[in-house]
Design a protein around this ligand. Structure first.
Ligand code: ADP
Length: 887
């Protein structure tokens, strides 16, 4: 390698795409293309003496933007050896003739002569294609004078770029060169040391530094790094030795730095690893020492407490085995370890569950239970009777598989409080589980522990809260569960309610069976129709329709007011709400089927009273003998606002005692002014007359989840093309009813004397718009049929409907009136709204049995068989057109 090489003036050229072979580098290449095979064959294989070839870098066409000197191919000579011109520094190349017509070759104008250290020839079968594997060693740089082709490959006329011996000696004297060499050697030495240290080898590479001339060493080092093509080219172009050395020093140094950075990172990672391993070992040792000393830390104390709790939880044996396994695992874990906390919380929950704990079954006293129900709830005779029957069966056969009771009715009618009365009658604890809006099965069954933040389902959670395994569990709003992609909560509930399956209820979080068979389930719903049928099948529906105003008044006087007063620390000695005022609250401030808002309003009055009383207390001067006081006997007179002054006679009680117990001014009696001040202006008033003041409006009765409601229907006509517009968030059924009603009215237009001639189209030149006010509330159902017809007839006849009459009923295309559901709620709603007459389908008459007699007494019920009967009753003085028409 050290010897200087005599280069021939012309060399066969092997192009290297985007790669440089530097002097001193050795590479192994496989030649398969016909051009390179030909070149190797002719220039290396067939030569007797050792042949040389030139390796010339070429640049991809895509990389031509930042090119330095390039050669472009010129026109060939006619001797077969075509002579290309050399264009140094040109940035574009010419196209090569022949096979690769389109390819532009950007030749570099400097290359490296190379000799073959090893050659092997292969013949591929069956094609017979010849390939060569050549091991090449880069020898010295040359520059290209002229490029030409010989047969299929290139040759170049070249001149060597190596320095002569004399030139070399001169350079070696140059102090700059000497300094640069020293610097290079030092850096190279450092690199070698680092590498040897890393690979645990020694000595061999260092020998190179001593024996190989420094300018060659520079090439050899750089050739061994993975550097970019541009930098390789720069190295190749460094003809000047000083330039070459400084470039090489820079590259060696960079390589050294990158190795050091990589080493630092590795050390850091290793350091961290060993730190946590060390910590683990230390902790183990610490634990062992503490065990020896009998010294336990808090965590372990906790675990012992947990174990004790688990032991006393009374788990079945299979569950006990499971938790012991989990506890053993937990004990082996470090508190900082992931999974420790979740495992611990899991065991805590299991230990907290009431596996055995139960409320003691009291010997059921049916009489006492009945009294209790009566004292808690006004009315509801039928419901109470059914509950007593249910309890009686339980008394005779405690493990009877009776149906699950399901109270169905609008909000605030006492469903929850009835269920809690059942619990207290049975002497059991009561727990309420809200199912409203539950769409995810996991809400019932829990999430598996693999999920982060997983929890048991609502049932298990409820049992944990109540702490006994035999509570009365209220599944509230069971009709509001829905199913979606996250599963079907109803199917999970089905398992819960099935006595066959609920003995081994499997909550996904617990992952062990829990016995739910001792729980008494009671459900509530607003509408039975919305309960999934398989669930409904397991339940006995007990309907609680809304209350009439009279019932509400009684409930308020007997139950709500005493309760509200007590809740606010008051009594009738402080505050009195006369019946007349309660009536006003019922009429003007609430129009619900239940009594929840009524209770809320009464509570508002109690709050206001509490403030006033506590303010007045200080202001009332208390004389020694004369006090303003009240007794229950005086209630009625006080209710009228009178204040009574009485002389207190000493009855053996000292004055001090009397003054402290009777330090009360006359009770605060709620009047209309206070009502308005506390509750604000009335929310409801009798609006029916106002609403039906113009033709085209009729009064319907509908059913909602809040019970019955009065619903107005408005129709109007305007210039148009006979279209029907409908608004008010309507469902498909109600839209069809509207279409049907319009068709019927159009068909009967002449009979009804809405148009003079049979042929005249009622819709000629006009559009009809029907609107259902309370536009934000979705509406659907067929029961608005008769109301729609009435509104349309009123519109076309320009006659107003009666303000005191409301109606409900489905109609057929031929005008028959069909029965509808929710009659009791609807009739109650009509009564609430102050309606006096109700038009009902004839076939719904039987449903009136459910309506309280007091309500029926205030109403005139008008059965209708055909729509004409409805019209007859809906207009003042009957249907005026009936006489003359053929109806
Ligand atoms: P729901 O569960 O039907 O929505 P709640 O049971 O919560 O209704 O009842 C609301 C309030 O009305 C409770 O304070 C309840 O005691 C009271 N209440 C309802 N109906 C009656 C009744 N018939 N007698 C006495 N209080 C009643």
């Amino acid at each position: 390698m050290a010897e200087s090489i005599e280069l021939p003036s012309r060399l066969g050229i092997l192009p290297f795409r985007n790669k440089v072979l530097l002097p001193g580098a050795i590479i192994r290449i496989r030649c398969t293309s016909p051009t390179s095979v030909k070149l190797v064959e002719q220039e290396l294989w067939q030569r007797e003496e050792k042949g040389l070839i030139g390796i010339l870098p070429v640049r991809d066409a895509a990389e031509t933007t930042a090119v330095g000197p390039t050669l472009s191919q010129g026109v060939g000579s006619d001797s077969g050896e075509r002579v290309p011109k050399i264009q140094v520094g040109a940035s574009d190349g010419h196209k090569v003739d022949g096979k690769n017509q389109q390819e532009v070759i950007h030749w570099h104008n400097r290359g490296v002569a190379a000799r073959a250290l090893h050659l092997s020839r292969g013949v591929e079968k069956p094609s017979g294609r010849v390939t060569y594997i050549v091991v090449l060693e880069g020898l010295c740089r040359f520059s290209v004078q002229e490029l030409s082709t010989r047969g299929t490959y290139y040759t170049a006329r070249i001149s060597s770029l190596e320095m002569t011996k004399i030139e070399m000696e001169q350079v070696e004297q140059d102090p700059d060169f000497i300094a640069l060499s020293r610097q290079f050697k030092a850096t190279a030495m450092e690199l070698i040391s680092v590498l040897e240290q890393k690979q645990k080898t020694s000595g061999r590479t260092k020998v190179l530094l001593e024996t190989v001339p420094i300018h060659k060493l520079a090439d050899i080092f750089v050739a061994s790094f993975e550097i970019g093509f541009e930098e390789q080219l720069l190295m190749l172009d460094s003809i000047d030795l000083k330039v070459r050395l400084s470039k090489a020093t820079e590259l060696v140094d960079r390589h050294l730095q990158s190795i050091r950075v990589a080493e630092k990172i590795t050390q850091k990672v290793e350091g961290q690893l060993s730190k946590s391993q060390k910590e683990f070992l230390l902790r183990q040792q610490m634990r062992a020492i503490k065990e020896e000393l009998g010294d336990n830390d808090d965590d372990e104390d906790d675990l012992v407490a947990l174990e004790r709790k688990m032991q006393s939880a009374g788990m079945p044996s299979n569950v006990w085995k499971h938790v012991q396994r989990e506890l053993r695992r937990l004990k082996k874990m470090q508190p900082q370890q992931p999974g420790y906390n979740s495992s611990r919380v899991y065991l805590e929950i299991l230990a907290d569950l009431p596996w055995q704990q139960a409320s003691e079954e009291v010997d059921l006293d049916l009489k006492a239970a009945k009294e209790r129900l009566d004292s808690d709830h006004y009315g509801l005779t039928r419901v109470k009777r059914r509950i007593i029957e249910y309890l009686a069966v339980r008394k005779l056969k405690p493990d009877a598989r009776g149906p699950v009771l399901c109270f169905v009715g609008p909000p605030g009618v006492g469903k929850t409080s009835l269920a809690s009365s059942i619990a207290s009658a049975l002497g059991r604890k009561f727990v309420r589980i809200s199912l409203g809006g539950v769409k995810d099965e996991a809400d019932i069954r829990g999430h598996r522990r693999t999920y982060i933040g997983s929890m048991p389902g609502r049932l298990i959670d409820g049992l944990k809260r109540v702490g006994v395994c035999n509570p009365v569990m209220l599944l509230d709003e069971i009709d509001k569960t829905g199913s979606d992609v996250r599963g079907d909560p109803a199917s999970a509930l089905l398992e819960v309610l099935d006595p066959e399956q609920n003995k081994t209820f499997n909550d996904h979080y617990l992952n062990v069976p829990f016995d739910l068979s001792k729980v008494i389930f009671v459900a509530t719903a607003n509408r039975a129709q919305l309960i999934p049928p398989p669930l409904l099948d397991r339940m006995e529906v007990i309907e609680l329709p809304g209350y009439s105003p009279e019932e509400k008044l009684r409930i308020a006087m007997q139950h709500l007011i005493p309760r509200v007063l007590e809740q606010h620390g008051l009594s009738s000695e402080f505050l009195q709400i006369p019946e007349a005022m309660v009536k006003l609250v019922i009429q003007r401030y609430t129009r619900e089927a239940g009594v929840r808002n009524l209770e809320r309003n009464l509570a508002a009055l109690a709050r206001a009273a509490a403030v006033r009383i506590s303010e007045n207390e200080k202001a009332v001067p208390v004389s020694k003998d004369v006090h303003q006081l009240t007794t229950p006997l005086l209630d009625n007179r006080l209710a009228d606002g009178a204040e009574v002054e009485m002389e207190v006679l000493s009855m053996g009680v000292n004055n001090h005692e009397i003054s402290s117990t009777l330090r009360i001014a006359s009770p605060l009696v709620v009047d209309a002014a206070m009502l308005e001040k506390v509750l604000g202006p009335p929310t409801y008033y009798d609006e029916t007359a106002e609403r039906v003041a113009t033709p085209g409006v009729s009064v319907g009765l509908v059913w909602t989840t809040f019970g019955g409601e009065v619903q107005f229907v408005e129709a109007t006509a305007m210039a148009g093309k006979g279209d029907l517009h409908l608004t008010g968030q309507l469902g498909d059924v109600i839209k069809e009813s509207a279409q049907l009603a319009l068709t019927w009215v159009r068909a009967k237009a002449t009979n009804l004397q809405l148009v003079a001639e049979e042929e005249i189209n009622l819709l000629d030149g006009r559009d009809i718009h029907i609107h259902f006010p309370a536009g934000a509330v979705p509406k659907d159902g067929p029961s608005a049929g008769v109301t729609l017809v009435t509104a349309l007839v009123s519109l076309f006849s320009r006659k107003r409907v009666r303000a005191d009459t409301a109606m409900t009923g489905e109609m057929t295309l031929r005008g028959l009136v069909l029965p509808v559901g929710g009659v009791k709620d609807k009739v109650l709603a009509a009564h609430r709204y102050g309606i006096k007459r109700v038009i009902l389908p004839e076939r719904n008459k039987k449903d009136l049995a459910e309506v309280p007699a007091a309500v029926l007494a205030c109403l005139e019920i008008l059965p209708a068989k055909r729509i004409e009967d409805v019209l007859e009753q809906a207009f003042e003085g009957g249907c005026p057109w009936r006489v003359s028409s053929k109806l």
